[in-house]
Design a protein around this ligand. Structure first.
Ligand SMILES: [Zn+2]
Ligand SMILES: [Zn+2]
Length: 110
């Protein structure tokens, strides 16, 4: 099972630290600490889900965006900062993104 969890990986680590909107056996969805947009994280330390898995992950992400953010989004799964662990951000369409997009939550900065 060592390939499922890497203690040095920020996303594996975040699995224990972050407030989650959603969780199941496959993934969790939370607000990204760095860019304050929702992201789905696969529960495997692996950068390459099958297409079937990826479709499910992105559907979960979409549900969270609808329920908690309420904006039209596009999926950004270009994994620039953590290329070894699959995750995808839901970024607002239309150019603006980042802090203050979540309903009813204090803004914060890093
Ligand atoms: Zn982010
Ligand atoms: Zn990881």
């Amino acid at each position: 099972m060592a390939d499922l969890f890497d203690p040095a990986c920020e996303l594996c680590e975040a699995a224990r630290l972050t407030e989650w909107f959603y969780e199941d056996d496959l993934c969790w969805v939370a607000e990204c600490e760095l860019c304050a947009t929702p992201m789905v994280v696969w529960k495997r330390h692996d950068p390459n889900p099958t297409e079937e898995v990826r479709v499910v992950l992105l559907a979960r992400l979409s549900e969270v965006v609808d329920a908690h953010y309420g904006y039209e989004h596009w999926v950004d799964d270009n994994m620039r900062s953590i290329p070894t662990h699959y995750h995808a951000h839901a970024r607002p369409r239309g150019g603006f993104y980042g802090h203050g997009t979540r309903r009813g939550k204090d803004q914060r900065s890093l």
